[in-house]
Design a protein around this ligand. Sequence first.
Ligand code: AHR
Length: 632
Amino acid sequence: FVVSVNKPIAPIQPTMWGVFFEDINFGADGGIYAELVKNRSFEFTKPLMGWKVDQQPVEEGSVLIQNRGVAHTANPRFARVTVNNRKRGSLSITNEGFRGMGIKKGLRYDFSTLYRSVSGKVKLYVELLNANKEVIGTTELRPSETKTWLKLKADFTSSATEEKGSMRLVFEGNGIIDLDMISLFPGDTWKNRPGGMRADMVQMLADMKPGFIRFPGGCIVEGYDLAQRYQWKKTVGPLEERQLIINRWNTEFAHRPAPDYFQTFGLGFFEYFQLCADIGAEPLPILNCGMACQFNSGEVVPLDQIQPYIDDALDLIEFANGAITTKWGKLRAQMGHPEPFHLKMLGVGNENWGPQYLERFKVFQKALKEKHPEIKLIASSGTDPVGERFNLLNTELRALDTDFIDEHYYRPPQFFFSNINRYDNYPRNGSKVFAGEYASHVPNTNGAVKSNWLAALSEAAFLTGLERNAEVVQMASYAPLFAHYDGWQWAPDLIWMNNLKIVGSPSYHVQKLYSVNKGTTVIPIQRDNKIIDGKDSLYATAAIDAESKEIIVKIVNAQPHEQKICLNFEGIKKLGGTAVHTVLQNDNLDKINTIAEPDAVAPKTKNIKVSGKKQPIAVKGYSFNVIRIKYS
Ligand code: AHR
């Protein structure tokens, strides 16, 4: 293979490899948002969903849900607890968590609730329970008398580890107390932020060094109808004023519906921006364009009523970047981030198409470019990467000089192996490509949890084609990102978790290897003056990292047996002594990573000696190889 170091093809954008975040598969609620209490404010369709009331005998008291209606539209319900106790333990409510609560031995837990006293005196015991309902942590609270809502807090330590824990509140005394926003967080959240995110999940993202985070989805942006679309303004400000909605993946439209799946927006737009800032990723919000999910409802907002949608986009730019003297910039500052979030890109719609989309996109484009020419706009091009509809839409979006076109493909491995050249003939000028959602779906797995090595290997091969075409493809993200083993609706997924542990799929390692070995400039790697795009089942791409003075070669061997390759480097004085060869490999294409065997397919690294200008490399059967070599 001839690697021409002195013939740069195109810069690789810092945004090249990113992540796609959606609250699907319990990605946010029940996932990265570390709240352990499900339905903390009794706003799910069934107000006591997730809660169990224990009351023996019945005269000991009652738990009733009250509804303030329009007096408090964002969070109308609360629990009114009447206690006529003779002894502790006769009236309690237990929250089951999101498929249980993950509890860790020796860890601090932060309990809080809003409350007001109606009459008499009531004492509360907070108890963490293991799967056998034994107490593994407890604290006691004596609320002071108050007629206005106050926050009551306590922390305590767990004495045991439990994957399927729950939390019981036991009431004692004689009186009436109102409770709302009943909450429990682990003490080990990301950056130890109270009410924050699950640190192990954020760490998996940080380890990928993503160039951007696309949020908040996916189909949840669209909603299954417009009333249930994602509205960012309802996700910022005080938690108890963030109005929850049913999650689009709750419904019959999901592959595996979860009737208890709601979006509480504890993880809202402020937190997404903060996450991006924390891990050095560019924020890439996607907003509803006035169209609900076309697969489900086809509902659109009439063009003469689209202004509120445009205003949402303009106000979002102000929220992210505006001075703290502006309305939305001030809210950002009040929430704890006076500095701007440096928003540079915004997506208009997700998987929308047809003349209705073009009409609406044009209105957005005009309004946004007039006021914010500095913001790059991403247009959606649907989910059909080979059909006529796709080509037509792409052509029309190009004619509008759209900054980015967001292409999605969920296809079998063969699609990925055979579409390496997909972008070779895309125009180099004009609109750039955002490969915003893709994943290789192995057929005949009946929706089983298959993020297997075959899928990942085919993605690794396909991504050589994206990197080679970095001039055109400037952003790419696998989807979906997270999935809870006991709460998923869609598979395969990049990262799997239960309530305590987390597993990167083979595809995760492919994404991470591309991202952390991104380089700054694409250079040619060729055999017989041709790109290496599948002949002998070999796929390759090469780049240099101008800062570290390294050549980065990526090679996929999709054959079962080892192949020997000689890398001939042109345009250098010499190779620099040692190189690092990272290999992701498994002989079994059906292999998956699991909680029991998380590293079945995981990268292994070795140092190799290099000198002169030639380097022999053996690439194992079914392997993805990244070779980093210093040069001068
Ligand atoms: O990634 C899962 C879903 O696939 C996304 O929500 C949607 O955009 C696509 O259809």
